[in-house]
Design a protein around this ligand. Sequence first.
Ligand SMILES: Nc1nc2c(ncn2[C@@H]2O[C@H](COP(=O)(O)OP(=O)(O)OP(=O)(O)O)[C@@H](O)[C@H]2O)c(=O)[nH]1
Ligand SMILES: [Mg+2]
Ligand SMILES: [Zn+2]
Length: 309
Amino acid sequence: MNGLVIKNTGNVYIVRTETGLDIECRAKGNFRLQGIRSTSPVVVGDKVKVDYNEDSVSYITEIFDRENYIVRRASNLSKHAHILAANIDLALLFVTVKYPETSTVFIDRFLTTAEAYSVPVCLVFNKIDLYDEDELEYVNALINLYQTIGYPSQKTSLIDGVGINEIKERIKDKVVLLAGHSGVGKSLFINVVTDDKNKRKVGDISTYHQKGRHTTTYSEMIETTEGGFIIDTPGIKGFGTIDMTQEEVSHYFPEIFKFSKKCYYNSCMHINEPRCAVLDAVEKHYISESRYNSYLNILGDIEEEGKYR
Ligand SMILES: Nc1nc2c(ncn2[C@@H]2O[C@H](COP(=O)(O)OP(=O)(O)OP(=O)(O)O)[C@@H](O)[C@H]2O)c(=O)[nH]1
Ligand SMILES: [Mg+2]
Ligand SMILES: [Zn+2]
């Protein structure tokens, strides 16, 4: 029978079958997986085939091709990627402009990585109950910017219940990844959309800062009241770093990519080249300055990394 891996505790996996059963499984044999080398062959979110044995051990015998996945590198220097979860339908990026402040560079880095990993994103502008008029105006400007580019955005207050139904509608029947800085409201959000047994501690400093201390990562999906799941993996707030070449960066900025097709030079990097359609669009405010700055920022990072290779 077929099922969905909802929990990984090292060598035992919990698989939710199509018939709604949760069964304990082990992984059997060698899995050929899209040429990816990974320390853990089966991950949360995998759609698998199970050889079910009621009286003895059940085995996962096949992993179906992954739509997408998120990785964590063993270390910054390591080339070995550890896959943490697969088949993510939606990432919710929690953003707050205060307590704590989320920068547009942070947002844009996340969005480009999401593009690279083919994961759709919805931006959640949380804690709107705390903002004054100017801050709300800024949030509205950001929403306008990101929606124009094509990223759905929602204002929420988890305390006042604003925007919650809209988000619930978006996560319905989906496997969802939560992302965002520490303190933006992810744990509180999990509590809002899950039953009592899954409640999380709110306000606790998450395990984020302990990243790298654990060699094994146990991950699980928490069932939501909306019929889907939230991926809850210790310390995972993003997709992991991706190896991007400088030439690729513009591909992950949809609006920059669009204009780049009209640049005079095929190899244009949109920095200072003559007859660059991107620079022209920035000047005319068709491309926002903050997005263009993020683009330059990411280019700069790649150059830095290159020095240490
Ligand atoms: N006023 C207000 N406070 C909020 C809102 N959402 C979350 N909080 C508060 O913000 C604090 C941090 O929320 P958490 O849910 O713990 O944040 P987190 O994103 O899980 O943080 P980490 O686990 O460290 O990554 C808590 O005190 C929450 O009660 C909101 O919409 N409005
Ligand atoms: Mg938390
Ligand atoms: Zn150009």
